[in-house]
Design a protein around this ligand. Structure first.
Ligand SMILES: NC(=O)c1ccc[n+]([C@@H]2O[C@H](COP(=O)([O-])OP(=O)(O)OC[C@H]3O[C@@H](n4cnc5c(N)ncnc54)[C@H](O)[C@@H]3O)[C@@H](O)[C@H]2O)c1
Ligand SMILES: [Zn+2]
Ligand SMILES: [Zn+2]
Length: 346
């Protein structure tokens, strides 16, 4: 089969590789019908995730059809259309029993396209298939379901739920990439009074407006702290969500918050970020950070079905599987191409 293979920082190739095989009786082999590229894949190609070794097939998001199922797979059958989630889960370890699938102790967590071969391929082996895939209801397109593989559960769980967004809140979202836009989308489920999107890119801020932000701030020209203070009687935001992953944006997310407020960090940080305890120590703030668990996927799938979340608007570009070079190029140059999510189909 053909797959996108990582060959060390800056190098990848769509090339012939052996087809995956079932190695454990809880595995399935999925024929990939649609897959996409994540900002994290760009981090891998930049060399920021050194545990990804050359030879690894990239990708941790897919929708596909079960081609073969191990003898220990109980809830899925050949021919089923499934979502392959970015998080795999053994289902039985201590953390899986708590719904913290991202922290799985027995070979799950974020493994696809990281520790085992991933989804940017014609076929993928998915471990612990009963607890790592979701059957897709009729009525949801492959493309809509694909937005549940990573971005929507991440924005919802690590941003909105961890930040405890409540009715009437002023919510500041730093970064309006696919993850920030997912947080904007899911925050609206809780009726905040104002969602303030902050980004350096006007194209991303235009998208934030379309996705439901009430106020947008380009922090290359405007001071987000002044905007938030004006909106909140000088107090600060109730919740801030960091969706970039740089020291400066983390510090900004902390600075924007009111006493007693909540800061939810989603960004993957490659460098140390400073918490200014000398300024914050008596402000009663709560900071959360974590990896997505995808425990909310059934809820979000239902919300897609009822039309309460529109997943289609994330998809800006379409390619076929053999066009990965073009797709990565368009995705990596989002400021010029206005790309949000690019979808590759067979
Ligand atoms: N915690 C998790 O489980 C999890 C899961 C998926 C992704 N992530 C992380 O979430 C982050 C966002 O992902 P994404 O796919 O949306 O990334 P992205 O690169 O597409 O978007 C980031 C946005 O931040 C903006 N930005 C950059 N510097 C800024 C600054 N100084 N001030 C304001 N805005 C700035 C960019 O213009 C861009 O629109 C990444 O760090 C990614 O690795 C975390
Ligand atoms: Zn991802
Ligand atoms: Zn587990």
């Amino acid at each position: 089969m053909q797959a996108l293979v990582y060959h060390g920082p800056g190098h990848k190739a769509w090339e012939e590789v052996p087809e995956p095989e079932i190695t454990d009786d809880s595995d399935v082999i999925v024929r990939v019908d649609a897959t996409t590229i994540c900002g994290t894949d760009l981090h891998i190609l930049a060399g920021d995730v050194p545990e990804v070794r050359p030879g690894r097939i990239l990708g941790h998001e897919a929708v596909g059809t079960i081609e073969e199922a191990g003898d220990g797979v109980h809830t899925l059958a050949v021919g089923d259309r499934v979502l392959v989630s970015c998080i795999s889960a053994c289902g039985t370890c201590r953390f899986c029993r708590e719904g913290r699938y991202g922290q799985c102790l027995c070979g799950g967590g974020w493994v696809l396209g990281h520790k085992i071969d991933g989804t940017q391929a014609e076929y993928v082996r998915v471990p612990f298939a009963d607890t790592s895939t979701f059957r897709i209801p009729a009525g949801l397109t492959d493309e809509e379901a694909l937005m549940l593989a990573d971005i929507l559960p991440t924005g919802y769980e690590v941003g909105v739920l961890a930040g405890g967004v409540r009715p009437g809140d002023v919510v500041a979202i730093v970064g309006a990439g696919p993850i920030g836009l997912s947080a904007i989308t899911c925050a609206q489920l809780f009726s905040p009074s104002h969602i303030v999107a902050i980004d350096l890119s006007d194209a991303r801020l235009d998208a934030a407006k379309r996705f439901g932000a009430d106020v947008t701030v380009n922090n290359s020209r405007e001071d987000p702290l002044a905007v938030i203070k004006d909106l909140t009687g000088r107090l600060g935001a109730d919740v801030s969500i960091e969706a970039v992953g740089t020291p400066g944006t983390f510090e900004l997310a902390v600075k924007l918050i009111r006493p007693g407020g909540r800061i939810a960090n989603i960004g993957v940080h490659g460098q140390a970020a400073t918490l200014h305890l000398e300024d914050e120590r008596i402000k009663d703030i709560t900071i959360t950070t974590g990896l997505v668990d995808t425990s909310s996927t059934p809820t979000l799938m239902h919300l897609l079905g009822t039309g309460q979340i529109d997943a289609k608007r994330f998809v800006t570009h379409h390619f076929s599987l053999d066009e990965f070079d073009e797709a990565y190029d368009v995705f990596a140059r989002a400021a010029d191409t206005s790309a949000l999510k690019v979808v590759l189909t067979r």
